[in-house]
Design a binder for this molecule. Structure first.
Ligand SMILES: *Cc1c(COP(=O)(O)O)cnc(C)c1O
Length: 359
């Protein structure tokens, strides 16, 4: 079973995998309602929000599409600094919305002042779709500062893709003023893939109600979701086994020092990787000061054959890192240090890389 140091899906520990084997329960039963309520309550706690948190049986991209369809009135600003953030502009267009791309060079972080300028220039923009951690380049954009800027514009809501930052980086939904925060379970939560979540303010729910006929469809309609959620339910049969695993993992996070401890662990794994790279003369691909705590994207400064290195890691240590994303293949490589990985595990991985690349 290979140990995954890739930026998702991440390594899932055995007890979390085994939690999925609990017997099925009826999804309209009292037991289900109790499970749903307990998961929502505990997610709210680690998201620092009192807003509704929806549980969606879909990948995170499903909730991105849902966010756009329900929460954008007409035109959305999409800061684009990598593969994921670029895609969200096309997804918006495929939903019949207008998208304004704010383009950045790969590796650069989104800057609050650019957002402010773009919003001031175009009063038709009514939403911003920000990718907090751009997983393809390892950049973490300054969410708190960006949220503060968006709050100056009364008619603009902030939607955040926190798929590879949630549970790795500090995020405080209510205090920072985030209208919608979404993420999946296969990254820093270290669970199998298949469920996604988002918090929504009452304003987002109002916008959902006001969408024109035909925009939302049924499966991703927040208005329908809200009616079900008010009864601790979902509109469809949810992925129950995944909810069992999540229920277990939320308990583990609480038992092991809470979400703040998870942030601290990610910061430490990141620090170990930064120090290793510095020592070896390997440069980060992401802009200094904006490295994502869950994934390090490193330049191939020493001209390694990354594909071959990964084959050797697999053969000798049953471990995988990730090559660069698409065009960045072999030019960069990615080390996912998120989820239930540990500082010692990261040190061990880096030592193996040292050994396998020693001349
Ligand atoms: C992984 C990832 C996604 C895609 O998530 P899915 O669950 O595969 O839909 C979206 N955004 C970011 C930033 C990601 O890292």
């Amino acid at each position: 079973m290979p140990k995954l140091f890739i930026p998702g899906p991440t390594e899932v520990l055995l007890p979390q995998r085994e939690a999925q084997t609990r017997p099925m329960i009826g999804h309209r039963s009292k037991d289900y309602a109790a499970l749903h309520a307990s998961i929502e309550e505990r997610l709210k706690k680690i998201m620092f929000t009192e807003n509704r948190v929806f549980i969606s049986t879909s990948s995170a991209t499903g909730v991105i599409e849902a966010a756009l369809k329900n929460a954008v009135k007409k035109k959305v600003l999409v800061p684009s600094n990598g593969a994921f953030s670029k895609k969200w502009a096309s997804v918006a267009e495929s939903c019949g919305l207008e998208a304004v791309r704010l383009e950045y060079e790969l590796g650069k972080a989104v800057k609050p002042e650019d957002i402010e300028k773009a919003l001031a220039e175009d009063p038709e923009i009514d939403a911003v779709m920000l990718t907090h951690s751009e997983t393809s380049t390892g950049v973490l954009s300054p969410l708190k500062e960006i949220a503060a800027v968006v709050q100056k514009f009364e008619n603009v809501v902030l939607l955040v893709d926190a798929v590879s930052s949630f549970a790795a980086a500090e995020i405080r939904v209510d205090e920072w003023g985030i209208d919608l925060l979404l993420f999946g379970m296969q990254k820093a939560l270290a669970l199998p893939s298949g469920l996604a979540f988002c918090s929504v303010t009452p304003e987002i729910l109002e916008r959902s109600k006001d969408q024109p006929q035909g925009r939302k469809g049924y499966y991703f309609d927040f208005t329908e979701w809200e009616k079900a959620a008010a009864k601790n339910n979902t509109i469809i049969t949810p992925a129950l086994s995944l909810m069992f695993a999540l229920d277990f993992q939320l308990g583990e996070i609480e038992k092991n020092g809470g979400i703040e401890k998870r942030w601290a662990d990610h910061a430490e794994m990141q620090k170990i990787t930064i120090e290793w790279a510095d020592k070896k003369g390997i440069e980060y691909f992401s802009e200094a000061g904006f490295h994502s705590p869950g994934v390090s994207v490193l330049q191939n400064s020493l001209n390694w054959n990354i594909g071959e290195l990964n084959e050797k890691l697999k053969a000798e240590h049953d471990t995988e890192i990730a090559n660069g994303y698409k065009d960045l293949k072999e030019k960069t490589f990615r080390i996912g240090h998120m989820g239930d990985h540990t500082p010692d595990g990261v040190r061990e991985l880096l030592q193996w890389i040292d050994e396998l690349t020693a001349a």
